[in-house]
Design a protein. Sequence first.
Length: 406
Amino acid sequence: MTTQQGDGEGAAAPDLGARFDRVRRDNLATVLGIVHTDGAASRSALTQATGLNRSTIAALVGELVDRGLVVETDPVGTNRVGRPSPVVAPDPRVVAIAVNPEIDAVTVGVVGLDGVVQHRVRRETDGVPSAPRAAALAAEVIAGLRSGALSPDVRVLGVGLAVPGLVGSDGGVVRLAPHLGWIDEPFAAVVASATGLPTRAANDASLGAIAEGRFGAGRGVDDLVFLNGGASGVGGGVLIGGGPVTGVGGFAGEIGHTLVNSVGELCHCGAVGCLETEVGQARLLAVTGLDRGQADQLDAALAGAEPGSPVAVEVRRQIDFLAVALRGVVNSFNPALIVLGGFLGSLHAADPGRLAERVRGQSLPGARDDVRITRAALGVDRLTIGAAELAFAAVLADPASVTRAS
Ligand SMILES: [Zn+2]
């Protein structure tokens, strides 16, 4: 955020210097942001995309190279006459580490500044891990990666934690992760002290929304709602105007706990008839005869259901309840896109026409005409990429805050 101070006339020289510095830093962030989310770009493409002149772009790219954040290469296979424009790409040796504690495992990923997942290690646990246990496991895996798979010239900027629960907006304390049984756990601080790396935590579905928005099904869309269906429930994340909607405490987006059935079952949150009491992966697995480890076969099992069969009836029932929740989403947020991940993506794929029709039929005119519903694109990489984005946030906001040595 920029702030305006005083007026230009009569401003002392240091103010002017500070203002130039602010503009330079913002421009660095703009250029790094473009190559981070859209991939390698020529200097001339950056000139066009930013509206800055060629010499400014050259200086900005030079500074990003000096800070070790981007690499510049000559384009290959250029036949055009004239001097080819060097290609600027994020340096893949700059990485973030992503950690995702689950009820039966802790997954650690390494993601380059180019958004590519370089490593993923899933460490199974005996039972649900406590927060200290999950932190210790993550630290152990990270230490192993740093002394093994990661080459010595790799720079780890920080750790992002994707937590299936409510995380305070300070990015540190897990207020409540019901399926992990965690209450008020200072998870980020424990991981930070165990790894010596800057660490932030956020809700997993909110990070999924950011990942799908920047790199997946929502690329180029500023207003989207992401809903993820996992083994332990339905999480949600909302992006409006390209930024996450967090709420005052960081707890916004819990669409899994919106009312869809006023005479429904009691939810673990204490309310009755929440979306995640009516729409669930366990019920789909039960009706298709799959076990818990076979969630990846849901697509085929749901798509192959005979009309009128118990599977087809359950799919319709869940789609109809999902549509009630999405009606609220459409009317509340007027998104351009709703992205469905996990088993919600399987439900949608089983009968995309029905879901779209039910949502359109119940939403208000205007908002319903703007919205498109689609399946998430990133699959298993989603949380890893989203958590890494959290760790990259500081450098993306202010690339001048890092030096090669950091
Ligand atoms: Zn609930």
